[in-house]
Design a protein. Structure first.
Length: 142
């Protein structure tokens, strides 16, 4: 089951059932099914704390994915900093809603085995994000 939680920040306005259906569809595109996936919305301070404690990184980020996948069943905890999502949306000149959905699917793509460690894999990740976003924002993206 895909669940949404908030920690130290108000819950963003999303349509949980629509988002769940969309994420399940994206997972199916990769031959996966969704198990227990927890999205935890937080602020920059909380994501910095998680980054330091678990990854030993001393910087802010938009998303941190903890992957507990077994076989083809996706399981994980995905922390999303809404502060950084807001900043990224302004820099990318897109809506907060679009950027939030990009980060939601970005975390899911990590659970599907996608990575973004190199310029080439980052580029491939963006393409995959755009394909997924076209399913939920068909008129806004190409």
């Amino acid at each position: 089951m895909i669940q949404f939680y908030n920690d130290t920040i108000p819950m963003p306005e999303i349509r949980p059932n629509e988002v769940r259906t969309w994420l399940k569809s994206v997972a199916a595109d990769y031959g996966k099914k969704t198990g227990n996936i927890n999205y935890i919305f937080c602020g920059d301070q909380k994501i910095l704390e998680v980054n330091k404690k678990f990854l030993h990184h001393d910087y802010y980020t938009d998303v941190i994915t903890f992957d507990y996948t077994t076989g083809n069943t996706l399981n994980g905890d995905i922390f999303i900093s809404l502060d950084t999502v807001r900043t990224n949306a302004a820099q990318a000149r897109c809506s907060f809603d679009e950027e939030l959905h990009r980060i939601l699917v970005h975390g899911l793509l990590h659970l599907c085995g996608q990575n973004d460690k190199t310029p080439e894999t980052r580029s491939q990740m963006t393409i995959k994000e755009n394909l997924a976003l076209a399913k939920i924002f068909p008129s806004n993206l190409s």
